[in-house]
Design a binder for this molecule. Structure first.
Ligand code: AMP
Length: 439
């Protein structure tokens, strides 16, 4: 039997309804903030992600799924090296949404000089070659937003406020959520700070793991996030970014906090919060669910240098992404049912002789917007009623020989079992009225 790949999931039934519900909440809420939907290709040139996410990140170095056509793969196996490939032949599945959106904005000139900012949101599958475990998949789904062209700290605060409102509308009790924020500085102050952290790691090199020693040279700030507990204990003594911000960054950060305070959003300032992707600067944030073992359910930040890295004009930008699967797990633990019920359905039951009448009645109901089911397996009336229950039908339409001869249909209320007869000419109206009364 064919099997799914470990770290991937099939989305159907209640799980699929939950994913769709999350997208509905996003569409309503993000729409009110002026965000339009975007979809970029699932495959991009490797360079798009390398520029955007950073050469030194785990995502780019270890977790990106590379894509080759069969013909290209053969050539590669023969030559034994990737160096013969042109840039446009070096492809990867997207591990996150921002780099592709920024590439699309540059290519389509979505943020013309002096033009209004562009605000987009997406709901897409992402792919990372991570070791599968609870809440960590190789194909997972994110809802995310990108806001390009805005530098005002009010936009940072609005993004965070919108994110927290998203969690509330999806079903989280805000008091169970922990929002951590930090400022990572900018091109002015971060290089000197990076240097200080590098020096700190080198001064403690006997106590740090191999990975951290490598990080000291390529991305020392990532050591704050080392999986090794001892490294993190040592890093607790490292210089903090918030003590090393330039005046502009300090002012920007103070304004963001002021707006969050005004909006009544509670947060924890965490000067060791460094997000996994290289492009972040100034504001960064992450959200966790208290007591749930699934890790962060979302995060984001500002990435003012990214448009330039992708070949565009200097343009500020910020955004966030939330992970569907982790949110679903966390909500389940909190006893929130996101799957909901199947939409209301009407079952049209018949005997074989009345097949033609049932065919046209079912069609007419569907055209009027009613979710209608019928039997296509020649079942007895009794088992059709059982099927109607399985479909959670609220109403059954019975078209038997007596009904058809009299030009009528029987409507059976599936919860009260009450039955009434209505003229066939009024069937659609009568069904619509009863369905809308039920919901
Ligand atoms: P990131 O792009 O790494 O900031 O991730 C944003 C959100 O996506 C995280 O907070 C998680 O909720 C989710 N996420 C990231 N990686 C995975 C993964 N491998 N499996 C499931 N969800 C993930």
């Amino acid at each position: 039997m064919a099997q799914h790949i470990q770290g991937t999931e099939d989305l159907f039934g209640g799980y699929m309804r939950a994913w769709q519900h999350m997208q509905d909440v996003a569409r309503d809420l993000f729409g009110a903030y002026g965000f339009d939907m975007i979809e970029t290709p699932a495959i991009e040139q490797v360079s798009t992600f390398v520029h955007g996410i950073g050469e030194s990140t785990d995502v780019v170095r270890k977790e990106m799924f590379r894509v080759f056509s069969g013909a290209l793969m053969e050539r590669l196996l023969q030559s034994g090296s990737e160096s013969s490939l042109k840039a446009k032949q070096r492809l990867a599945l997207r591990p996150e949404g921002t780099a592709g959106v920024v590439r699309a904005a540059v290519e389509n000139n979505l943020v013309p000089q002096g033009g209004a900012p562009v605000k987009v949101w997406y709901a897409e599958a992402m792919f990372r070659g991570e070791r599968p475990q609870k809440g960590r998949l190789r194909q997972f789904h994110q809802v995310g937003v990108e806001w390009l062209g805005a530098s005002d700290p009010a936009s940072d605060a609005e993004c965070i406020i919108m994110l927290m409102e998203f969690y509330r509308r999806v079903g989280f009790d805000p008091s169970k959520l922990t929002l951590r924020i930090n400022s990572m500085g900018d091109a002015n102050c971060r290089p000197a700070y990076r240097q200080k952290v590098r020096q700190f790691i080198l001064d403690h090199k006997d106590e740090m793991c191999e990975d951290c020693l490598e990080r000291a040279e390529i991305n020392p700030l990532r050591s704050f996030d080392c999986k090794n507990d001892h490294c993190r204990q040592v890093m607790a003594g490292a210089p903090l970014v918030t003590d090393n911000l330039c005046d502009d960054c300090r002012e920007h950060y103070a304004k963001v906090k002021q707006y969050l305070d005004e909006a009544g959003i509670s947060y924890i300032e965490d000067p060791t919060l460094v997000r996994g992707l290289d492009y972040y600067m100034r504001t960064v944030f992450e959200v966790e669910v208290e007591g749930s073992g699934v890790g962060a359910i979302g995060g984001g930040g500002r990435y003012d240098g990214l448009m330039e890295l992708e070949g565009g004009k200097p343009t500020p930008g910020l955004g966030f992404a939330v992970g569907f699967e982790r949110m679903y797990l966390a909500l389940q633990e909190l006893g929130v049912d996101l799957a909901g019920q199947e939409p209301p359905c009407v079952y049209v039951a018949c005997t074989p002789e009345e097949r033609d009448e049932v065919f046209s009645a079912t069609l007419a109901l569907r055209q009027a917007g009613v979710r209608a089911e019928a039997d296509y397996q020649g079942r007895s009336l009794k088992s059709q009623f059982k099927q109607a229950d399985k479909h959670h039908a609220c109403l059954c339409v019975v078209l038997g020989p007596d009904e058809v001869a009299a030009g009528k249909a029987t409507l059976r209320d599936m919860s009260t079992h009450e039955q009434v007869q209505v003229p066939l000419s009024e069937l659609v109206n009568q069904v619509c009225e009863r369905v809308s009364q039920k919901h």
